[in-house]
Design a protein around this ligand. Sequence first.
Ligand SMILES: CCCCC/C=C\C/C=C\C/C=C\C/C=C\CCCC(=O)SCCNC(=O)CCNC(=O)[C@H](O)C(C)(C)COP(=O)(O)OP(=O)(O)OC[C@H]1O[C@@H](n2cnc3c(N)ncnc32)[C@H](O)[C@@H]1OP(=O)(O)O
Length: 158
Amino acid sequence: MTALQQRIGPHPDGAHLPAHHEQCLGCGVDNPHGHHLSVHREGDLVVATHVFDDRHVGAPGIAHGGAVATVLDDLYGFLLYLVGEPAVTRQLVVEYLAPVLIGTTYRLEARVDRREGRKLFVNAKVTALDGRTAATSTAVFVTVDAEHFTQARPSSAI
Ligand SMILES: CCCCC/C=C\C/C=C\C/C=C\C/C=C\CCCC(=O)SCCNC(=O)CCNC(=O)[C@H](O)C(C)(C)COP(=O)(O)OP(=O)(O)OC[C@H]1O[C@@H](n2cnc3c(N)ncnc32)[C@H](O)[C@@H]1OP(=O)(O)O
């Protein structure tokens, strides 16, 4: 069984979901520049409690918009464990409603809105613990076969 197949699950409600791989910029535990996103399942949602740190600063005290987009993109990648098929981001849209503050805890959640053929329409939000939404997002993922991930490094296995 490949690592990709192992990640398919099943993953019961509440389960912690495995990182995409150890070096992943979003969730890899071995990436010193990464966000170390820790994600679990809540029903049809994938959810993370996350704090951006000084490595992710844009304006002073505020998370860089690209860092927020990175984390949202990676969070969407965890929905694929529930879908049960690999897919990649074709389009990513982020609405920055309020500054995402460094050193502040946020709840991040994502869900699949609908599927049309190979296309997965997904959405997400970033919410402060006081309930205010700091960012919303939509994205289109397109399913691919496992060979998609060996284009750059033919020997790599995910
Ligand atoms: C089973 C669980 C396993 C889960 C495993 C998870 C991940 C895998 C593990 C490790 C991977 C490593 C870690 C990363 C994991 C997650 C991180 C977040 C995700 C990413 O970071 S991922 C990187 C960035 N990403 C890319 O690197 C993609 C580059 N890109 C391509 O590789 C091609 O572009 C491709 C393959 C996407 C499509 O290419 P293609 O030739 O196969 O398909 P085509 O172009 O025909 O589009 C197909 C249909 O999408 C429609 N379409 C297009 N654009 C649209 C839009 N904007 N809105 C609505 N529909 C749209 C078309 O209209 C058509 O629709 P129709 O089929 O109906 O005609």
